[in-house]
Design a binder for this molecule. Structure first.
Ligand code: CA
Length: 226
């Protein structure tokens, strides 16, 4: 589990980093709002601890911009004592939980565990089909734990097939969802990309349904977890 800690107070940062490391979390630290914004949008964190009073950009603005950019990582905000309006702003911006300073480290760790549990129960952040995995947050895919090296079109194709696994998808539908409007929309090229993808993920994972299209399936014996 990888956590982003956003806190500008050096003493509190040291204390929390040590406690999180003790609890076996990988921790990245951002000391201001701008760095937090960048890291949160570009790294696949499992949760974020976000102080609201920050230099460069305040925490509520950072959170609002993450949510607008579809960053769904669970976020626990740290607020100042008595600042109820901060809490309201934080929740309105998309926070999942809060703690008021000062707090006991044990309570922070307990809330973090609860947050991670809840978020695992929601729509999974990554997609699975048998031994295939795809993590849209990191734009990465793997088969049997081996990372796949995909071109951007192959990745988009796999992503779409995984989102709709088990269903037959026509070439026309794929063309509509994979290419932007300026692209030369020739549905024959889809066949080429399906062929390349089959070479990388194994030929039997994408079925051709004659006259209808393609279907992504788990191989026999593989656990299916959508
Ligand atoms: Ca602060």
């Amino acid at each position: 589990m990888r956590i982003l800690l956003v806190e500008d107070d050096p003493d509190l940062t040291r204390q929390l980093k040590a406690a999180l490391a003790d609890a076996d979390y990988a921790v990245d630290h951002a000391p201001d709002g701008e760095e937090a914004l960048y890291l949160g949008e570009n790294e696949p964190y499992d949760a974020v601890i976000l102080d609201l009073g920050l230099p460069k950009m305040d925490g509520a603005t950072v959170l609002e911009r993450w949510r607008r950019a579809s960053v769904t990582t669970p976020v626990l905000i740290l607020t100042a004592r008595g600042a109820w309006s901060e809490k309201v702003a934080g929740f309105d911006a998309g926070a999942d939980d809060y703690l008021t300073k000062p707090f006991h480290t044990e309570e922070l760790l307990a809330r973090l565990r609860a947050l991670l549990r809840r978020s695992a129960g929601h729509a999974a952040p990554s997609l699975a089909c048998g031994a295939l995995r795809l993590d849209p947050r990191a734009a990465r895919a793997s088969v049997n734990g081996e990372p796949l090296r995909l071109t951007s079109l192959e990745y988009r194709l796999l992503h779409y097939l995984m989102m709709h696994q088990g269903r037959v998808i026509s070439r026309t539908e794929l063309v509509e969802h994979l290419y932007d409007q300026d692209f030369d929309r020739d549905s024959n090229t889809i066949e080429v990309f399906v062929g390349r993808l089959r070479k990388k993920i194994g030929p039997d994972r994408i079925e051709t349904v004659r006259g209808l299209g393609y279907r992504l399936i788990a191989l026999e014996g593989e656990a299916t977890e959508a």
